[in-house]
Design a protein around this ligand. Structure first.
Ligand SMILES: *[C@@H]1O[C@H](CO)[C@@H](O)[C@H](O)[C@H]1NC(C)=O
Ligand SMILES: *[C@@H]1O[C@H](CO)[C@@H](O)[C@H](O)[C@H]1NC(C)=O
Length: 421
């Protein structure tokens, strides 16, 4: 064994690099969003003034956040964007929780405090509603007229932190994810959610994980005779070793779990049965969800490839492949196919769930529901000629059983594959 002091120093260096990488994903997604928005603005010859007025939705800071102790990492009030439903959608609600990784150390949470993912001070005051949040039937055929809420993410632990874990020595970090969730639900219930006839709780990435964690809580809050379902987009994080055989993701989740005191937000049956931090993995969470769930997920999720499978950005052999799937050599493709097989294996039990739905496309992408381009457009990824929007709609309204699993890469020409080089 190496000198323990040395080991702890290299450990620190390694994680701090990873923390940066995780923070960087948030920015990558924002850049990606901007690119797609500007593309769709150029592609579509519609009235821009009208589009801008309808698509941009103001940030609302949670009322009484301070009284309820529902605070972002830095102590500011959390926020959401609300667009009122109309016509046939007036009594229906679609909630979408934004993603943005997690913070697993005091250092990474302290950095996050200085970004929109840790403080509402830095959040954009207006955001565009696109994809599953779009108010246009051509882009969002089933949910366009619903009440829609984009929930901002500023706690760093998928709305599952607990104040008992806060440091008592002057380090100002608020771990209030669970309290934010509860205060937010109170406020949305008072805005009309309490009389919803149909509702879909959704989220992407860390927001997809939050969706799974809170799916049954959400169901409990709403009328018994209402149709309530949950949709996790790119939220199925795998408990897999990296290419060097290390438990990178497992220990990352273990750190998040202990730092923020996540246990109280997870299912009791799970935490009593196994190492509690394992219960943060979706494959464990879905076993206990009673509400119908749909999983949208790319088989070659670039976030998971870059953080779970090949977390070391300086790994020379993998440098190109982890940034662009077209640059992977045959051996690397074989390893990626192994990762896809692990995903399908982890989903084995879920696939038998009669009320569940899945759409696993073979694309090198991450979130696909909140972007017009991947959700529902002529260029969207399709499986059996159905877009994600059509598949989710078929499942939500019981038009069809939806268990769509794409053939392995590179068979699907409709994929939108990211290129980070
Ligand atoms: C508080 O405690 C944590 C963990 O024990 C430590 O990392 C941090 O530096 C401490 N902060 C201060 C201000 O002493
Ligand atoms: C695929 O679906 C579109 C409508 O979304 C339809 O126009 C087209 O004919 C379909 N293609 C095939 C091969 O079924």
């Amino acid at each position: 064994m190496a000198n323990p002091r040395l080991r702890s120093i290299t450990w620190w260096r390694k994680w701090s690099r990873k923390d940066w990488a995780i923070a960087a994903v948030g920015f990558t997604l924002i850049v990606f969003l901007c690119t797609l928005i500007s593309n769709s603005m150029i592609d579509q010859p519609f009235d821009h003034d009208h589009a801008i007025a309808a698509d941009l939705v103001d940030l609302t800071l949670l009322h009484n956040a301070k009284d309820k102790g529902a605070l972002c990492l830095d102590g500011s009030s959390p926020g959401y964007h609300f667009q009122k439903g109309f016509g046939s959608g007036s009594n229906n609600w679609l909630l979408h929780i934004e993603g943005g990784g997690w913070c697993n150390t005091i250092a990474s949470c302290s950095l996050r405090k200085l970004t929109p993912l840790g403080s509402s001070k830095y959040m954009e005051r207006r955001v565009s509603f696109s994809g599953i949040l779009s108010p246009y039937s051509s882009q969002n055929p089933d949910f366009f007229s619903w009440n829609k809420v984009k929930i901002r993410y500023c706690d760093g632990a998928s709305f599952a932190g607990n104040p008992k874990s806060e440091l008592k020595n002057g380090t100002k970090l608020f771990f209030r994810g669970q309290l934010i969730w509860e205060a937010l639900m109170d406020e949305l219930l008072s805005l009309g959610l309490s009389s919803a006839k149909q509702a879909l709780l959704s989220g992407c990435s860390a927001g997809g994980l939050a969706t799974l964690i809170h799916c049954d809580d959400f169901r409990q809050l709403l009328p018994k005779d209402a149709t309530i379902k949950c949709l996790a987009d790119a939220g199925f994080f795998l408990n897999e070793k990296d290419v060097h055989g290390k438990q990178t993701m497992r220990s990352f989740y273990d750190d998040v779990f202990h730092l923020q005191g996540v246990e109280g937000s997870l299912h009791k049956d799970c935490v009593s049965r196994m190492e509690p931090s394992k219960c943060l993995f979706p494959q464990e969470i879905v076993k206990n969800i009673k509400t119908p769930v749909f999983l949208v997920h790319p088989a070659y999720d670039f976030w998971q490839i870059q953080h779970i499978l090949i977390p070391d950005a300086s790994d020379h052999n993998w440098r190109n492949c982890r940034l662009n799937i077209h640059d992977c050599n045959p051996n690397q493709i074989e390893i990626l196919q192994g990762f896809r097989n692990s995903l399908l294996k982890a989903l084995n039990e879920f696939q038998k769930n009669a009320e569940g739905g899945i759409f696993i496309d073979s694309c090198f992408v991450h979130c696909q529901t909140w972007m017009d381009h991947t959700w529902h457009s002529p260029q969207s990824p399709r499986i059996n000629n159905k877009t994600i929007a059509e598949s989710v709609g078929d499942w939500f309204f019981n038009r069809n059983i939806v268990k769509q699993i794409d053939c392995p890469y590179p068979c699907n020409p409709t994929c939108y594959n990211m290129n980070f080089t």
